[in-house]
Each structure stands twice: as C-alpha cells, then as structure tokens.
Design a protein. Structure first.
Lengths: 346, 62
C-alpha cells in the first residue's frame, strides 16, 4: 500500500521559524518521524513520499497551500495519507487537519494526530477528520504514530472502524443509529447502579460544557461609551437579501442603522426558525430595540449608538459555531473600539 | 429564555417579556409597550454599568 506522509519544515529537519514560510515540496520516501512511521506500517505498506510545507506558508495562504499540497499528494497516488502528528502546534495542527480533510474529500483515507486542545482542530470540518489524541509535545511521538497507524490501517482494511472511544480517535461529532439489546431505562439503571457502586461507567450522551467567563467591567462611564446592538434573533432587512439561516446558524452579519430611528414592519423582519415571528415582524423593535436606544442615546445615557447592528441565528446552532460567531463578532467590535454591547435574544 | 442564558454563562441578564417579543407587549397598546421597552433597556444598561461578581439575573417584574 502506498502511503504519503505530510509534515512541516521543523519535522523535515529544515529548521524552525526562519524557514516556516517554505512552499510545499515533495521528497521521495520517508523523512524524520516518517522513518518510524514506515517501520510501524509493517510489510504491506510503505511511505512512498513525504510532502513538506512550512507552517507559516500554510497558515497565511491556507487555500493556496492546500491546493499545492494536494497536487503533490495526489501525484503520488496514495492509498493512505498520514499527516503529522502536530501535537499542540496551532499552525501545524491547522495544516494537518486541513490536509487530512482535503484528502478525505478526494476519497483518500487520511489520519492525523494532535493534542485535543490544538486550536487547529476548530478550523476544519471535524466530521471528516480522523485524528488521534496526542500529548502536547513531540515527546509523545512514538505512541502517537502507533495510534495513527492503527487507525490508518483499519480505515484502509476490510473491518469497519468502531466508535471513537473504543478505537482511540477524537470524536467527529457524528451520530449514527445503532440497535441496543437493552432498552434505555435498563441502560440508565445499569449506569446508575455502577455509579453508586463506584464503578466505571460511560455516559451515552456527553453534555456540552460551557465557558465560564469572569464578568467584565465597563471601560469607562456609560455616558461616554459607544455601544453596539447585537442580536441572535435573525433580524434582517426585509426579504433577507443575504440569506441568513433560519436555523443551525453558521454566519453573522452587520447592517447599517444610519438614518434609522425605528425598525419598521415591511423594512425589517426576522427569519428565526425558533418562535412565532408575527409579533417581531409587526414591529422589529420588539427584539432589536432601536427606537428606545436612539432615545436613550439622545438623552446621554450612552455616549453613542454604533452605526451598525450585528445579527446571527441562535436556533439549533451548534455550540462550537456559536462560540466562533461570538468570538468573531467580539473581535470585529474591538477592532472598531466598541467596548459595550446589548445582546438581545428571544 | 433566561434559563438558557444562565446555563451558557451570560453574566448580565435581564429577563424579557416573552420568547416571541422579549421587548414588546403586543396586546397592551403602543404607548404602554414603548414605556415597557424603555424600562427594560434602561435596566439592562444600568446592569451593564454595575460591577457584578457573579452571574446576575434581573427577573421579570410581575
């Protein structure tokens, strides 16, 4: 079996940051950690080529770098692609994850490895990513490669790959129906009894964990600050020209408020799929209170109302997406030196 | 839905009137409604300026 290994400039032995802008290149056979990979793959598989790209090059021109790396990889006609492991290196994690997903999209099984909190994981389509959890640093190389080879060989073999917890790869966020011998009540009682007895048990539905952020303090007096209106209630110009989603939101938009003192029916509307829209469509100020904000700004309670409002859809929106949307809106606000927001929500 | 806002960790929360019109009272006439919205937004802005140590929820006035 033909295997291609993707690594960065550092693991290729070219150097560190000073050569991190190196463009993609290919070397015959295995290199650096690829030598161990080649050994672990056994007799029926071989690292035929190593594709190398500098981490900065990849991080700064991700689309272009992906295209170039994929050209080099595809030219080798691989049956399996192994990327990294990237440990806790963010740009390298982004590169390994992006390359692995691009291979999957071309129908080539791929496997990578990284520290579960590697920020690169957030930037790729996790449903298409087979990644084993690794230690944060290169000290975990041996066990990481062993796990990656196990998953990689399994993915190219006859036997189907099992669940993340059983096989040792990071959950992809995919749900699959399965038939259980016992009904839910029996399984729940079984877990409860195990818990009471102090035995190990595994929940069938891990609950999402939410960030806790210490309450912020206003950076000045309210009467001196510029404040922005943000809403998750999908309030858009009438007709929804930018096609904001009604549910499972992935986007945020900002719309101008210049010259507006009131949001009127027939000019603005909500496309939120989670509640009866009639009241808000009759008067959008019922969820985005521009009318009274203008009043309060004129009276000096706030210094100034920002000339755009921000909107997204908080309806069956994945927590990861919501966190990203929040981070992006916050970054955009800070870029404009806005330090106070009113977030309205249904 | 203040309970959702509490669950996800929002620090300053002012409860609205109802899911379908949190800052409105569609059945109570435009003047009353506008007064209500102004009170709610004013309360939210006051809360924004307050120093809070933990998650703070202003329940809906009954």
């Amino acid at each position: 079996m033909r295997v291609v290994h993707y690594i960065n400039q550092f693991f290729a032995g070219m150097g560190g940051e000073e050569v991190a802008d190196s463009a993609p290149m290919v070397k015959e056979g295995s290199l650096g950690p690829g030598r161990l990979l080649d050994r672990l793959l056994g007799e029926n598989a071989e690292v035929v080529a190593t594709v190398i790209c500098g981490d900065s090059y990849f991080g700064e021109n991700t689309d272009r770098a992906t295209r170039e790396v994929m050209e080099l990889i595809l030219a080798q006609r691989p049956e399996l692609v192994v990327a990294g492991p990237a440990f806790n290196a963010g740009r390298y994690g982004l590169a390994c994850g992006t390359v692995a997903v691009a291979c999957e999209e071309q129908g080539i099984p791929a496997v990578t490895g990284m520290y579960p909190e590697n920020p690169g994981l957030e930037s790729v389509d996790r449903t298409k990513l087979y990644a084993v959890p690794t230690k944060p640093t290169g000290a975990g190389m041996g066990e990481a490669l062993e796990a990656m080879v196990r998953i990689g060989l399994k993915r190219t073999g006859e036997e189907p790959l099992g669940l993340p917890g059983e096989e040792g790869y990071l959950p992809r966020g995919v749900r699959r129906n399965a038939l259980c011998e016992q009904m839910a009540a029996e399984r729940a009682i079984d877990q409860l009894l195990r818990k009471i007895r102090g035995e190990a048990y595994t929940t069938e539905i891990p609950l999402p964990s939410y960030d806790r952020v210490p309450p912020s303090v206003l950076s000045g007096a309210l009467g001196d600050l510029e404040l922005a209106l943000v809403t998750e209630a999908s309030v858009v110009p009438f007709g929804n020209p930018d096609r904001l989603e009604s549910a499972r939101g992935t986007r945020w938009l900002r719309y101008p408020l210049d010259g507006l003192d009131d949001l009127r029916a027939g000019e603005y509307m909500t496309v939120h799929g989670g509640f009866d829209n009639a009241d808000v469509n009759e008067d959008p100020d019922r969820v985005l209170p521009l009318d009274v904000m203008r009043e309060l700004a004129a009276e000096g309670m706030i210094g100034h109302l920002h000339d755009h409002y921000y909107v997204c859809t908080g309806m069956a929106t994945a927590i990861q997406e919501a966190e990203r949307i929040g981070r992006e809106i916050a970054a955009d606000l800070l870029k404009r030196s806005i330090h106070a927001v009113l977030v309205t929500s249904t | 839905m203040p309970s959702v806002a509490m669950n996800v960790g929002a620090n300053r929360i002012v409860a609205g009137a109802a899911i379908a019109a949190p800052l409105g009272l569609p059945d109570e006439g435009p003047e009353h409604e506008r007064r209500f919205r102004r009170q709610l937004v004013t309360r939210a802005l006051e809360l924004l300026a307050e120093k809070v140590e933990a998650q703070t929820l202003v329940p809906r006035a009954s």
